[in-house]
Write a protein that binds this ligand. Sequence first.
Ligand code: NDP
Length: 268
Amino acid sequence: TPPVSLADESLFYGAVLAIYLFSPLSVFSLLFVTAPYGKHSRAGWGPSIPPPIAWFFMESPTLWLSLLLLPFGKHRYNPIALSILSLFFLHYINRTLIYPLRLSRFRIPGGGSGFPISVVAMAFGFNLLNAYIQIRSVTHYTEYGGRAWTCGIWTASRVAIGLGIFFWGMAVNVRSDLSLLRLKAGGSGAYKIPRGGWFELVSCPNYMGEVAEWLGWAVVARSPAAFGFALFTAANLVPRARSHHQWYLKKFEEDYPRSRKAVVPYIF
Ligand code: NDP
């Protein structure tokens, strides 16, 4: 078994605590300052780079750091731990490799705004921290022998529900991202009102799907680290969905469907 130093334990539990503390901070700051990329791009945030490069770079720690940390976990050969990890990798193979490729495929040359390097740096830092937390939690700090993992029908039901939420969320997230990219390419780069599917109920089904994914992952992984990440994702994306929704209502004043909510159908 690879040794665990006291320093690693302190780092791990400190990092998990940090992700819980970041969540209310994120909600509070995003109420006043919307992250300056995409629809909310504006001057004053320094130089920018093309979005496909930004997404690839800032999400990349979730793949390379995760793979580097994997061999140090005492559960590195445990099939339960590896199955849980495969969900994490599935999401981040899409986000780090496939999504940037799609962004560049649908990108109109010279169209759209760049991605500020300052925002890329913050997201890169968060992904470093989160990859460390999630991988160490699954491969080392979670114990798979207790009642939560051995109680037949209860464990199976919990895992089935979590997997259902995760895969539903991922399907909605990936499909909605793709619809938006197609919409953009079809409109010569201009923003349009998205229509069809979950867009009829909410302005940001991609964010709704992403929040669902990490909630599902947390139900399956059943760890403070996983619930902290789900909470942080909601704390980041729900305020941004609210900003997107307000932006749509202002931009398409006359035509935007009034019954549509920001991110939670019929509610918010
Ligand atoms: P957006 O919905 O803002 O944009 C997605 C893409 O669609 C962008 O290329 C955007 O162009 C384009 N687009 C959006 N709306 C329209 C429209 N009405 N007409 C035409 N084109 C449009 O998503 P994000 O860029 O914020 O996020 C991308 C993915 O990353 C999402 O799946 C999200 O869930 C995920 N994410 C996850 C986070 C987390 O905390 N886990 C944090 C942030 C994102 P443009 O960029 O020019 O606006």
